[in-house]
Design a protein around this ligand. Structure first.
Ligand code: NAD
Length: 257
């Protein structure tokens, strides 16, 4: 039996970048469980197809689109494909990201690594919003969530400086975009996950010396699961969060408190 809460998702369409793995995959699945059609976008083709297969297994609607979010032309093609395939766009999680090497200090960071991290993490989120917003506007509104991090709220010795700069940048861009799009009924928020158990965090922690220090600093006493983030993202996109825009929501077990 459908409930008013489930009805709000009927006929809706979501786009999730970085959906081949971790937080993006869990969020794509969470949308699909609610009956939302999902464009699964990622640079990793095998992982993206696996996400679509898991959506199909639960009777959901999903399609994979391979892209590099740092390319304007590819991001434009992704959004066009989503609209062509599913008829519009209501929700987006702009989430594709790379962590860089957290063990490399500021003075040793190569210029091309700085450029690539900024291109994927920061420019990629801008490009996604640039192409998503006109379609949401045509639809009379929408909700966008951008993946920042606790590394966008405070410094960390374990973070690559470019990663940190990109995640702070996402918060500034999110707030300005939220103000610019509010009159079009497009809500734009950012999430700031803490230590979430995904391929990225496991890679990152292996490269730093203070693994146990970071893990033991979580007040709730556990790593987060990708599903913890997915629930927050679908909530931010839902009517329950209809008065929230321009927010940076920590989902971090209390790490940033
Ligand atoms: P993940 O590595 O499991 O997933 C990231 C996905 O992004 C991968 O599937 C990867 O293929 C994709 N990707 C990378 N570069 C891309 C590109 N140029 N174009 C398209 N896709 C690309 O990592 P995750 O932990 O799920 O992270 C998702 C987001 O959450 C990232 O933006 C990350 O910075 C952020 N985040 C993660 C944590 C954590 O603890 N895991 C904490 C804070 C923020």
């Amino acid at each position: 039996m459908s409930s008013p809460q489930m009805d709000e998702w009927n006929g809706k369409v979501a786009l999730v970048t970085g959906a081949a793995s971790g937080i993006g995959r869990a969020t794509a699945s969470a949308f699909a469980e609610r009956g939302v059609a999902v464009l699964v976008a990622d640079i990793d083709e095998a992982g993206g197809e696996a996400t679509v297969n898991s959506i199909n297994e639960i009777g959901g609607r999903g399609e994979f689109f391979p892209l590099d979010v740092a390319s304007d032309a590819q991001v434009s093609a992704m959004v066009e494909r989503c609209v062509e395939r599913f008829g519009g766009l209501d929700y987006a999680l702009n989430n594709a990201g790379i962590e860089g090497d957290g063990s490399v200090g500021l003075a040793d960071l190569a210029e091309d690594e700085w450029d690539r991290i900024m291109a994927v993490n920061l420019k990629g989120v801008w490009l996604c919003m640039k192409h998503e917003i006109p379609h949401m506007s045509q639809r009379g509104g929408g909700a966008i969530v951008n993946s920042s991090s606790v590394a966008g709220l405070r410094g960390s010795r374990a973070s690559n400086v470019a990663y940190s700069a990109s995640k702070y940048g996402i918060l500034g861009m999110t707030k300005t975009a939220a103000l610019q799009q509010a009159s079009q009924n497009i809500r734009i928020n950012a999430i700031c996950p803490g230590l979430i158990d995904t391929a990225m965090s496991r890679r990152a922690l292996q490269k730093t010396e203070n693994v146990s220090q970071v893990a033991s600093a979580i007040p709730l006493g556990r790593w987060g699961a990708a599903e913890d983030i997915a629930r927050a993202v679908t909530w931010l996109c839902s009517e329950q969060a209809s008065y929230i825009t321009g927010a940076a929501l920590p989902i971090d077990g209390g790490m940033s408190a």
